[in-house]
Design a protein around this ligand. Structure first.
Ligand SMILES: Cc1ncc(COP(=O)(O)O)c(C=O)c1O
Length: 467
């Protein structure tokens, strides 16, 4: 890649899945907040791990996480409104930890020729919970792999290979997943991707090529029908039911696409890897849309925040490839992961976390809307359940830099979140969070935005720099 291309991809990287790990703002934050011992560990991390966007070189070293909090080696605590979307039940939920501990003592692994009770119970539970007749399950050690299985199954079931997916989408970082994904950070410069992976605009009214303005008219859903018609032989449409950014499609978006798929013989695969198990206020996000996909892919929090686990849940009549290896992952039915998942689902159900996410989400969104009236740097606030977004705009200035300042000011105040697409502060707290913790986070966010809008990341009241 030329220097020019590299610079371009760094800029696009900023409009993607997180902040740059090489910015001067990060270096400044570290110089103030990271002590010599942690800095030494960070240097060792950077010496032994490959450097890549969004991870190494890392920002700090963690020692523990509990509930809604991360704690660094030197004892600094952050309310974690990011959690890589694994912490629906909070970090280290005692029921999950106990289930894992118990399982590790009896059956910590299961070779693929065998099955085990936690795996069977989990498959049965997911089939019971999933909407409609979705009832045949395959597990994988991560969302990316589960997406890969869904793509293979779509080919097997339809005899077709083409897909239609969304620009800006993320479905994982492997070559098949980035082929259907739509973020240049993951696609650019890596060479040929899968053939037949067509892309359409996502339901993002603020950047809509159909110029629908600030309210989605679902014309992009009509366009999916058009593309399916023109292509004629598409195996599957695949999309994130709600994009974590968040982009929240209007109520008729998925019903339109569902009908278009049916008209053209394409399957509908919905990716709910980060947003399943209650995040949006329902167990599965597609329950908000009154239609049922042919396949649902879930992951992340499914492993209770302790184990990498994802699942493909499909219509029973798609069980059509008994002689083909759809998954074949070593940890396919790992009993420890399945025990963690069963415990996590039990927590979601017994602690009423779907209803809790819906209720706290309404409250949080009201607070954000109120903040928007006082903070001109906020261009939009939106959310569904406890998936919340604050879109910032520097009004002609450098918006990505504004978002980054807000992040580092928030970290300074003890709140961690993700920046999506360069300018959307994405807030995904645990669903177990208390109202007080939520209020504390909103206060930190408000102060952080005020500082960021003034071009700084800390006020005079902040403590002295660390050396
Ligand atoms: C929507 C979506 N799909 C798939 C994935 C990939 O999941 P994993 O990282 O577990 O492979 C992610 C991860 O962030 C995601 O957000």
């Amino acid at each position: 890649m030329s220097d020019h291309d590299l610079e371009g991809s760094r800029r696009d990287g900023l409009r993607s899945e997180g902040e740059s790990n090489r910015s001067s703002l990060r270096a400044e934050w570290q110089s103030r907040n990271v002590d010599a011992r942690s800095r030494s560990w960070l240097e060792t991390d950077a010496a032994y791990f490959m450097h890549q966007s969004l991870s190494t070189p890392c920002i700090d070293v963690l020692a523990r996480c509990q509930g809604a909090y991360l704690e660094t080696l030197q004892g600094k605590r952050f309310l974690d409104f990011h959690g890589n979307s694994v912490h629906q039940v909070g970090f280290g939920h005692p029921k999950v930890i106990e289930a894992v501990r118990r399982q590790m003592e009896t059956l910590p692994f299961c070779p693929r020729r065998f099955t085990n009770v936690p795996a069977i119970e989990l498959a049965k539970k997911l089939a019971l919970l999933a909407p409609g007749d979705l009832g045949k399950v395959l597990f994988a050690p991560g969302g990316t792999s589960a997406i890969g299985m869904a793509l293979k199954l779509a080919r097997m079931a339809t005899g077709r290979f083409k897909t239609v997916s969304m620009w800006d989408a993320f479905h994982g970082a492997s070559l098949d997943a980035v082929s259907i994904g739509g973020e240049s950070l993951f696609r650019r410069g890596v060479g040929p991707l899968l053939p037949g992976t067509e892309h359409v605009p996502p339901p993002d009214p603020r950047h809509c090529p159909f110029a629908c303005g600030n309210t989605c008219t679902a014309r992009c859903a009509d366009y999916v029908d058009y593309v399916l018609d023109k292509e004629g032989d598409v195996a599957a449409v695949i999309g994130e039911t709600v994009r974590s950014t968040p982009y929240i499609p209007p109520p008729d978006y998925w019903t339109k696409i569902r009908k278009a798929c049916d008209r053209h013989g394409a399957l509908l695969i919905l990716d709910e890897v980060p947003n399943c198990l209650g995040r949006t206020g329902k167990m599965f996000a597609c329950e908000h849309y009154g239609m049922i996909p042919d396949m649902l892919v879930i992951g992340k929090g499914l492993g209770g925040g302790v184990f990498p686990l994802a699942a493909l849940i499909a219509r029973p009549d798609l069980d059509v490839a008994p002689d083909f290896a759809l998954g074949h992952y070593t940890h396919e039915k790992n009993p420890v992961g399945c025990a963690a998942a069963l415990a996590a689902i039990e927590v979601v159900e017994t602690e009423g976390l779907c209803a809790r996410a819906a209720e706290l989400g309404v409250y949080a969104l009201e607070r954000l809307a109120e903040l928007k009236t006082r903070q001109p740097a906020i261009a939009d606030v939106r959310g569904i359940g406890l998936l919340l977004g604050v879109e910032v705009d520097a009004g002609g200035g450098d918006t990505a830099a504004l978002a980054e300042r807000a992040l580092y000011a928030a970290l300074e105040g003890g709140l961690s979140f993700k920046i999506s697409m360069g300018n959307i502060l994405t807030l995904t707290p645990p669903l177990t969070i208390s109202r007080d913790e939520l209020d504390a986070a909103m206060d930190i966010l408000e102060s952080a935005l005020a500082l960021a809008a003034r071009g700084i990341t800390r006020g005079p009241e902040s403590g002295p720099d660390r050396t």
